[in-house]
Write a protein that binds this ligand. Structure first.
Ligand SMILES: Nc1ncnc2c1ncn2[C@@H]1O[C@H](COP(=O)(O)OP(=O)(O)OP(=O)(O)O)[C@@H](O)[C@H]1O
Ligand SMILES: [Mg+2]
Length: 272
């Protein structure tokens, strides 16, 4: 179980200290899939970086299975079983996809085994297994390879920061199935997904909303999701958007970012 106790974080900015995370406390229990959502710039990725150890809190504690890991290095946290797939994946020059997956499992595995992880994220394994992880890979390919690597690692706690970012509609469907499979076979581990996607929110055991650096809402999917959806429709109604404009937006963004829809609707409304 991961626990954040009164975690705060800020950076030095031109205008003085900028608070990014404000006194956030929550737990990620074992055997649960938790989704964090909330407006752009709310602090979700910063929270992920704090959990990974890339950033250290100004105050508060991060506890993994009863052990205080607040000051622990990224490498030690990874050894303790925290695994990440970042919003912007890293390119590793000179390493092949197969090696990346093999290293993630921490044991010698066959090419066929490695390929099964690529297939799970909708990549034709034969085409990718020997490719170098460099700038020749597209953003979506890289993202999927990173997710495959995390599947191979199968850590105690898997953290995915916007796994949907840059992924096409077909692969996204695949990805949802991957997460559903992970959740079904969750055993003494937990999954934390940062996402704006309704379809990912739909498979959560619990949802947390991070807004303006604070934990604004937390509860089961049934407690939180209807309210989030109402926010979406409330914005549309308040913006005075006519039915045609709303209908024109809806099909293009089916299952897409709730926040983006709000923005589009607002832009539409303000344009008259
Ligand atoms: N090193 C930094 N220096 C200054 N501001 C920062 C720094 N890191 C993050 N921020 C600011 O902190 C806020 C939270 O950023 P963060 O990336 O955590 O948001 P997010 O919730 O992940 O947003 P998104 O949904 O767009 O991914 C933003 O306003 C961002 O500009
Ligand atoms: Mg982010």
């Amino acid at each position: 179980m991961l626990e954040l106790r009164n975690v705060s974080f800020g950076v030095d900015a031109d205008e003085g200290k900028k608070e990014i995370i404000r006194d956030v406390s929550f737990t990620v229990p074992d055997d649960k899939l938790i989704v964090i959502t909330g407006p752009n710039g709310g602090g979700k990725s910063t929270l992920a970086r704090l959990i990974a150890g890339i950033e250290k809190p100004i105050s508060g504690n991060i506890i993994l299975d009863g052990e205080d890991i607040t000051q622990m290095s990224i490498t030690d946290r990874a050894r303790k079983g925290i695994g990440f797939a970042f919003q912007q994946p890293v390119r590793f020059k000179g390493i092949e996809v197969f090696d990346l997956i093999r290293l993630a499992t921490g044991k010698s595995i066959s090419v066929a085994d490695a390929c099964s992880y690529l297939s799970a994220v909708g990549l034709c394994a034969r085409d990718y297994i020997k490719r170098e992880v460099n700038a020749s890979l597209s953003g979506g390919e890289l993202k999927r390879i990173e997710i495959a690597t995390l599947l191979a690692k199968s850590p105690r706690l898997s953290v995915f920061d916007e796994p949907e970012a840059g992924i096409d509609l077909w692969s996204f469907k695949n990805l949802i199935e991957v997460f559903e499979g992970m959740r079904k076979n969750i055993n003494n581990s937990s999954i934390l997904i940062i996402s704006h996607q309704e379809r990912i929110l739909n498979i959560a055991d619990e949802i947390m909303v991070i807004r303006d650096g604070r934990l604004a809402e937390k509860g089961t999917r049934d407690e939180i999701l209807p309210g989030l959806m109402r926010t979406d429709s409330a914005v549309r109604e308040c913006s005075g958007v006519n039915a045609n404009a709303a209908a024109a937006i809806r099909p293009q963004t089916d299952g897409a970012d709730v926040k983006n829809r709000e923005t589009e609707v607002c832009t539409d409304a303000s344009n008259g």
